[in-house]
Design a protein around this ligand. Structure first.
Ligand SMILES: NC(=O)c1ccc[n+]([C@@H]2O[C@H](COP(=O)([O-])OP(=O)(O)OC[C@H]3O[C@@H](n4cnc5c(N)ncnc54)[C@H](O)[C@@H]3O)[C@@H](O)[C@H]2O)c1
Length: 249
């Protein structure tokens, strides 16, 4: 396989579905060898690995819960066996739709453990490895990190903190490692599923975009390819929004 990421080794957290899956598939299509994590979807993970292999690419599915530091350390040790890490996409995340007054401390901790602490730990391990060699880190934040949203305050707070980590890491690891974030608007994934989100929210979300539609996962992964590839060589500390115009920060 040849492409703009040929010869690169990438790790994508939460890569078995949604935006993460689209990133894994587009990176592989651009020639990268891609390791990705999954939590429970082992069938989907195996299917992704084999369909990438059929197209002549290389992918590796690794089971890991990013709320657990030991599992993260083991994940990065497994990635070390594949070679020098070049690209890290911190994509895994969860959402919570709940009024502030009903939100428990346990729910706050659950969300922050995954979205913020997990991303911090993966970023730390990835940047330890890339600091002397160069690389790219791409954190997945959200358009809601700029504007906030009623009944999503804990989620918005986790993403706002990710923006701050992104800018700080970009400064700390320049010029060797470029660190950026992608802040999608509404994208058609399980995260927008009725299980998590109210139908009212979904309707409103579409209307809030200038393009009046929900995006596709590939419309977010194309930005990750750009940031990871040669076209992103002068971009660091930025938060780029495939969001259909939902916010214009
Ligand atoms: N879909 C949207 O509209 C949208 C908008 C803005 C930002 N995002 C962000 O995009 C990212 C991907 O979300 P998505 O829309 O593809 O939703 P999704 O629910 O399909 O994917 C989330 C991924 O995170 C993984 N994950 C969750 N908790 C984990 C844990 N403890 N350990 C390891 N993996 C875990 C899941 O297994 C899954 O692969 C998230 O960070 C989300 O906040 C999504």
């Amino acid at each position: 396989m040849s492409g703009q990421l040929e010869g690169k080794l990438a790790l994508v957290t939460g890569g078995s579905r949604g935006i993460g899956r689209a990133v894994v598939e587009s990176f592989a299509a651009e020639g990268a060898e891609v390791a990705f994590t999954y939590r429970s979807g082992s069938d989907e993970a195996k299917e992704i690995v084999s369909s990438i292999a059929v197209s002549g690419g290389k992918a590796h599915a690794i089971k890991a819960d990013i709320a657990d530091e030991k599992q993260i350390l083991s994940l990065f040790n497994q990635v070390d066996e594949l070679g020098q890490l070049d690209i890290l996409v911190n994509n895994a995340g969860v959402i919570l739709e709940k009024s502030l007054v009903e939100t428990t401390a346990e729910e706050f901790d659950w969300l922050m453990n995954i979205n913020l602490r997990g991303l911090f730990l993966c970023g730390r391990e990835g940047l330890r490895r890339m600091a002397g060699n160069g690389g790219r880190v791409i954190n997945i934040t959200s358009d809601l990190s700029f504007v906030g949203r009623e009944e999503f305050s804990v989620y918005c707070a986790s993403k706002g903190a990710i923006n701050a980590l992104t800018k700080s890491w970009a400064r700390e690891f320049a010029p060797n490692v470029l660190v950026n974030a992608i802040a999608p608007g509404p994208i058609d994934t399980d995260m927008l599923d009725l299980e998590h989100m109210s139908p009212e929210w979904q309707k409103k979300e579409k209307e809030l975009t200038v393009l009046k539609r929900i995006g596709k996962p590939q419309e977010a992964s194309s930005v990750a390819v750009f940031l990871a590839g040669p076209g992103g060589s002068y971009i660091t500390g930025q938060i780029i929004g495939p969001n259909g115009g939902s916010v214009m920060p």
